[in-house]
Design a protein around this ligand. Sequence first.
Ligand code: SF4
Length: 796
Amino acid sequence: MQFDPASKKLRIDAAELCHTVVNHASIDRRAAHIRPDDGKVDELLEHQYGTNYHPKQELCRTVSRGGLFYEIHATADGIARASGKTTVCVNRLFGDYTSKLDADRTAETVAFAALLAYMVAESEMLGTIAFRITFFHNSRDKSVIEKSFSRRELAEAVGRLLDLHRPFAALEAERLCVRIPNCKTLTFPYPEMRPQQRDFIVETLRAIGSGKKALVEAPTGTGKTAAALYPALRALGAGMIDKIFYFTSKNTTALAALDAARKMSDKTGIRAVHITAKERICPVKLRDPMKCTPEVCPRAKGHFGRVPDAIADLVGAARIYDADTIADIAGKHSVCPYELSLDLSEACDLIICDCNYLIDEAAYFRRYFEPGASDARYVFLFDEAHNLLDRAKACYGGELRRSEIRRFLDETRTAPKNAVCDALTDLDFYIDSMRELCADNLEEDAGGTVHGFTTVHSFDKQLYDLLVAFDRAASKYIRSPLCGNLPDSLHMLADKAKKYITAMELFDRAFVGTVTVHGEEVITKVICIDPSELLAKKTARGRATVFFSATLTPLDYYATLYGAPDAAKLKLDCPYDPANLCVCIMDKLSVRYQYRSQSAAAVADAIMQTVSRRDGNYMVYFPSYAYMTEVQTLFKYKYPHIRTVVQAKEMSEYARRGFLDAFRAGARTALVGFSVLGGIYSEGIDLVGDRLIGSVIVGVGLVQPSDENEILREYYDDKYEAGREYAYIYPGFNRVLQAAGRVIRTETDRGVIVFIDERYAEPTYKELMPAQYRTAKFVGDTQSLTAVLDRFWADK
Ligand code: SF4
């Protein structure tokens, strides 16, 4: 839909118009909408109408209604002219599960056919005209709706259709006539613009202006959310882009973006929505999202018919849409809040969502990012961009476990013979046979269990065919009325198979296959070792992309992995007074793996000395649970009077919160939180003020060696001669920087960071240290450490 304010003309596609206002369908995950095989359908109809059938007719008509001019465009599947009768043909092809689906979709298709018939009747000045809708159910069955109307009847029907669309047209008019002009003159919505924010804003504007990419490392406190959003809104005002996508996987970051948007909306009227994950916003709390069907979920039944009213309510009630606002209105109209938020996004200027909506092959927003979509005018803002690498690898990889298939087959042993179990039996047999690939390096451990691992560098056609056969059988079964007879775990297996198929289809030299054997278990994986090309393709859907985070060191590493080697790179200074932070490096203590037992007592003493200089809350980060437990046990034994909390491998939501709640403001004694680098407490937590006054970071975060990490090392050795850095050092050091970043959260925070390991004195790590830590004091022993800390705490 495009609106021209000067001529009051709205250009719209006929299918979009009908889909928006005459859609009574239910949400149904089983719906497999198969695209019409145009060639075959046309052949059939040509056979029926002979040379009088003219396929693929482009139509355009301008209709005036309520002071607006609708320029409607459409493609008719065909027009048949015979014996003075003109018939507009609309063809729809559906899968096997169709009877319910067709009934739901008939109203929309009838409205579409009537609109097309009206356009033809008007342009050819016909008194009467017919439309013929053919639903092809499969190669044999079809059903037909054929009706004739006078031109006048059709004109009245189209008038009613346009009246229904009026609120949506008004929204587009508001966007162009109010919101965009307001964005053009938007001033920075905070009293002060920090120099770092200014640099960030300039770099973002430059990237959008030139249609390029940028990476920005913006330390905590820069105010990066506003610094990214403000220039994007200015670019919106300048007509460079139509929508802003703000990608973040964290709820807290999404809420911060919504807050900034709220401030900017006060001045511009922009509309922003946060797309909350389906599992979180679903009121029905179905454990399995595959159960989004009209039979199971009352909100799914007839959902789309109630959406226009729900959207009208939402746009009237607010401009910033968080999960609660959407859930309230969705409840009032009994619609699915998740699907409602997706439709609402079309009325918004800013969409805040997870990056999966862009990068995931299975979950991307088809309405915005369909390959081949016309010149998309979006800007992509990736917050917490240091996480994108792991997210991309998770999106593009696949994994199959023989044990999961076996479990399903065992549970269905007594089920009647069926195609799903037959396909899974073949798959199980084949995956088991893959243990042969490890034959050369199988080893038996002391308990008699056999272990093996191997890599596969070629496409496994046989596995692919077996997966496709299972996927077909599972999809057909899930869409059939029989669904529910087999265990629910079928949905999980079907999802895993689909993901694996997608990964295999992407397979090239940036991927590797692996087979791992543990006794009876065989795990086969497709691993994306280098997502750069895929990410480059995905981000090419937008005009410009800005990746930003507090930790993107080194910038070149992230730029190459994100498919943006030529991106502009900006490292911002820390906005806080350096005097508020005391950084010490204990480089005479080695915590390398082979020295850990010897170093445990010294590390426990260093922690004690750190926390004894000032009462308050401290966090200590370890490279592994094993080492953390060893030091914590020793610490408790030596210093039983110091309060401690310890991160466990598995923690309930309640236990997680309890750990953080222990970090209270105004602590009068010392508290030490024992946790692991890269874990839930080393990033994404915000213990402001004196809730955290110090951190001890044990080790340099080096990633643990493993078969898979060795594959990465070899690949990046080949590609950049930097295998150790790419596989072990850089991703590990990012965890260190994230953990260190927990201490100073605002400009009034004061605190200490103690890094422990001899490797911090090596040139590689010295170079990686960000500017705000470069004034660190190298302290050889605990005596020197306490002297430095005492001076710091005595200073203010
Ligand atoms: S409300 Fe929940 S179960 Fe119903 S369609 Fe939405 S996500 Fe699915």
